[in-house]
Design a binder for this molecule. Sequence first.
Ligand code: ATP
Ligand code: MG
Length: 466
Amino acid sequence: MAQKRTILIVDDDRDTREGLARALSDSYRTLAAPDAESALAALDADPSVALMLSDVRMPGADGVALMKAAKAKHPGLPVILLTAYGTVDAAVAAMKDGADDFIMKPVDLDQLELRVQKEIETSALRSEVSGLRSALDEKYGMEGIVGSSEAMKKVFRIVRQAAPTQATVLLEGPSGTGKEVIARAIHNLSKRSGGPFVAVHCAALAPTLLESELFGHEKGAFTGAVARQIGRFEAADGGTLFLDEISEIDPSTQVKLLRVLEDRSFERVGGAETLHTDIRVIAATNRDFKAFVAAGKFREDLYYRLNVVDIKLPALKERAGDIALLAQKFLREYSEKNGGLVKSISPAAMKILESYPWPGNVRELRNVIEKMVVLAGGEELGPDDIPEDVSSAAQRSGKAAPHVPAGDVPLADTEKAGILAALELHGGNKSRAAEALGISRRTLHRKLNLYAAQEKAGAAQTPPHG
Ligand SMILES: Nc1ncnc2c1ncn2[C@@H]1O[C@H](COP(=O)(O)OP(=O)(O)OP(=O)(O)O)[C@@H](O)[C@H]1O
Ligand SMILES: [Mg+2]
């Protein structure tokens, strides 16, 4: 028989404690505490407590203060509050303060067990999902970079293959598509991860400044060169040099760059000594680089030197499925930073986000979600929380769904995407996928059966999408 879960009952009244314990004893193991202080001690002493059931009115710290303290230390712990002062207001306030549920006194004992069971199941599911997510983030997300579109899966594959090598990498993609985060991931996954990652934004500097920034200069090399200055090529020794907006480099610097890429040697500006550096170069551009080369604006030989491994990051609107995945990742991130109130995005709101063209790509999506989370009024972000310019542009693009009430919790979609990604990564091997996800093979099976059943039901009800 499965082991009983533990419930902590907190009430200053002994009869109430004993009554509740008796009512729950068939299905649960119970612990009891007469006040907030001993309740917190009991939680610390017994990490297996699955739920806390606490009175609100108690001498000393009350139930709401206890709940806050308990949740601060044990974030996933579900708490049900008992309130004798049965006004709707008190109950609403308790929920706002973070209670998972509340029960009016006198307690209806039949209801009690059901409500307790529901909270325990919900919290188990929540922690399973969050475990899955972090397992995925670690194993396949690469430094928090997410994506389940074919395009991003291909990117992850190339990154994984190229990272451990010394090969020069060229990242191409519109602004905000993740070129810099991919460059950092390559560095972090390489044998150079213990060395420096040095980024140079080539477009930000005038040609002569860029040259001295890259190669350094000797004292007196030019007016204002009052001391010797080492350049980024030297600073990146043993690590990775990221040359962002590479297409903007002027012709004379291009020549010097070509030489470093060929034999890793260079001179400081105004210097005679030839220096050597041990670096891996990653370059990025948001231009149509090939066209740039064809137009004679960039040396072809240098282009081929840079373009050993080519990674193309498509615009966000071309990556089906990634918008929802990214939106949920950013929601979690910003919600955590802002007190954790916001928990989900309604399906209707997600549809709107998915039909917006995202000219600023992932960066823009991140900013929009941050704004929505900060200004949100409730647990779920709905269509009304979407900034006006985004929703009207989405509407214009013609695909936006009508305003429908929220249905399913979209958490499930992320989980499904994660499981399918893991399976694909392990060539369909269920044991290995389950292991990588940190779940049992049985759980994986159960979820796959569920998805199959859902798909069948969905196919029976709705015609296929066009
Ligand atoms: N796949 C992804 N998963 C998670 N976050 C991402 C992803 N792609 C981009 N981001 C986030 O989007 C923002 C923009 O990414 P990044 O700075 O790497 O873009 P970029 O291509 O270098 O843009 P630019 O050309 O404007 O320099 C960052 O906050 C980054 O963390
Ligand atoms: Mg960038």
